[in-house]
Design a protein around this ligand. Sequence first.
Ligand SMILES: Nc1ncnc2c1ncn2[C@@H]1O[C@H](COP(=O)(O)OP(=O)(O)O)[C@@H](O)[C@H]1O
Ligand SMILES: [Mg+2]
Length: 502
Amino acid sequence: MKILLVGSGGREHALAKLLFNSALKPRLFVLADYVNPGLKREAEASGGKLYTGDTVNPLEVARIADLVSPDIIVVGPEEPQFTGVVDVLREKGYSVFGALSKTSMIERSKVFARTLMWKHSIPGRLYFKAFKNLEEAYEYLKHAGDVVLKPARQAGGKGVRVIRDTRAYLTSDKTDVKIQAASKIFDELSRYQDIEYKIIIEQRVEGVEYTAQVITDGSSILPLPLVQDNPHAFEGDLGPETGGMGGISGPGFLLPFITSDEFNTTIDIIQKVLRALEVEVGEKYTGVIAGQMMLTPIQGPTVIEFYSRFGDPEIGCLIPRIESDFLEIIERTVSGRLAGAKLEVKDNVVSIVKAVAPVGYPSSRKEALGHPVSINEKAINELGCIVLYASVEEVGSVLYTKGSRVFEIVCYGENYNEVYKRSLIALTHIESLDGWPLFYRRDIGSPEQINERIKLAEKARQTYTYRASRGLVNESIVWIPGKGVVENMLFSTLTSSRGGFE
Ligand SMILES: Nc1ncnc2c1ncn2[C@@H]1O[C@H](COP(=O)(O)OP(=O)(O)O)[C@@H](O)[C@H]1O
Ligand SMILES: [Mg+2]
């Protein structure tokens, strides 16, 4: 069987490993934007080949597909989905795992996703308001309070500003910060022509984040084990948002801080979204959808955003945990035979992924680009850990950073404490060769971090279960000096955003 994998980074390297392990012994062909050494090696070891080319250009991808003539094509990242790569390949008759341009709107447009949830009364939704122009956003921000500002389009995991604003005496300073953040988002998004709304301002919530990934053939669903991603750049969940600095998974389908009821509620939300999406866009969703969730005190499982692809580092966390033949699942998905498929998971194996990035990432990727690095993969493997090559290119025999997360180290074993210790040793085998510093998050997967999350989740759980028992899910009351108590005041104008789609 021949597989063509489209995409260049750590997620695709994780997928290549999962596919390579299949009893079906596939030959892997890869189309990547650059020579990712991990992907190249995986392809060549299977008797396939890595091609380089423009992965977001549907015609170019189709040309490589015609050259390879694969049995299945797996489209890894979101951007090729947005530009219609999956649509073109399906029209040509290929079996493709990945979302169509229309269905990938669930990730591409945060306004679309939020509007869909309101229109179909799907639980886990937040109040929001979206703007097409800066002036209206400014006006609104003057009174917006405790909010999150986001680019309305998926922009490679950057640009989101969470602005805690709960103290009235700081409000004018905070308003300035919000206005600056808003103009930055408008500047950033001016390069995208594929959206109408530019910024989304939404209710800020607090809680514990986790990701639920669900594979679907359009009729049946197959949930994967939960993973916790750590989007912040620095320890203690500080610093700018990144594509994800690491994650943990297990035991079983849950996390140490998420209950099976919360897991089921989350899957139910995703299933409702899939049904609503099919109604709205008139196409069945096939591939994988992921809910980036937060367990919040106000309503329990709450949607932060959706991905129309596997999460990264989420899928890396699952490499050592999935027992079933992954390719067989992909094959059943693209041929509409997912009904009855069961995902066997190594229940007692937990995993920790840690990403390593050059200093400069994520805010100044130019500075983070072009630094030579070395990795002693053999030593890391001897520790029982797996290396994923991400934003790193091989030129000659030297590895150079591409500006984002360079490597992801996946360690696994029977308990978090032991796996955590091993992951720290594994990280000592990565080096910068020009003195440019590399960083990772030491806290990810540590007993302290996990205990902290257990406590936070328990607090959220006590509050949301109490609120649910009183019929107060997502109700909020705001007190404004001079005005008194106003229910959901900040977002009361939102009804207008709930109607149509962009
Ligand atoms: N409404 C919200 N309240 C609090 N924090 C949020 C909210 N929305 C997003 N965040 C934080 O910002 C991060 C990035 O936001 P997200 O919507 O996932 O955008 P992206 O991943 O595309 O940058 C989230 O992982 C979460 O930590
Ligand atoms: Mg996100």
